[in-house]
Design a protein around this ligand. Sequence first.
Ligand code: BT5
Length: 240
Amino acid sequence: MKIITLDSVDSTNIYAKNNLDVLEDKTIVHALKQTLGRGRFDRKWVDLGDGNVFLSFVLKPSNSFNEIYSNLTQYLSVVLCELLEEYGLQTQIKWPNDVLINGKKIAGILSETVMQGSTFKGLVLGIGVNLNAKQDDVDAIPDKVVTSLNLELNKNIDMYEFIQQLSDKFFANYDEFLTNGFEFIKSNYISRASFLDTEICVQVLNEVKKGYAKSINDSGELVLENNGNEFVLTIGDILC
Ligand code: BT5
């Protein structure tokens, strides 16, 4: 594992994708400042200033795509929860991979697959974690209730130490995860999935689906039940 730290970049995911050919497997591209951070569905990831985490894992696990790679975001969400719990906090996961503290979003994860024609080149797994933010700045983020580790713990957080801990934890079980897939983390994921067994509504592309969040299946998909019908969701956002 190698960590490259850039002073400033548009997006660590974009940088990693553009330089995938020359970046080795298991390189971490870290930036001190990110000017065009991206979320899923082209949403924005806000840079909350110095001392916050913006990084992307460059992963080249094989020469062909495997369905298991789609669950790497969920694997990373569990890894992050375990780390935040070592700081003494309780964590929740909102499907598919938002990590929350007391219901407030502290991190976001974005995975992108890199193809050259029909050839699979690798994956870029980006994560932003709020470590050292000001209350006014988190309050200004649109559409979400947001928090930061320093605000939860009332002290500044050492960003470099946190990044080292996160990457060590990520790679500690990475190979085992690739062998076993979502089932390897299923119980650790479900134990933090606070939305399960409640009525929820989920934005799926242009549609909102409502129902009872019945389970997470062995592929990490959300199973919703509505009037005796089951819907299996692979993508979406829990709205309520
Ligand atoms: C995500 O998208 O949560 C994935 C974010 C991934 C960011 C990392 S940073 C390193 C790497 N490089 C990139 O360019 N991206 C990755 P999504 O589920 O679509 O959530 C986006 C929404 O989260 C926004 O629309 C806001 O409501 C909210 N948001 C934006 N910035 C935030 C922040 N700093 N903390 C918490 N919530 C935020």
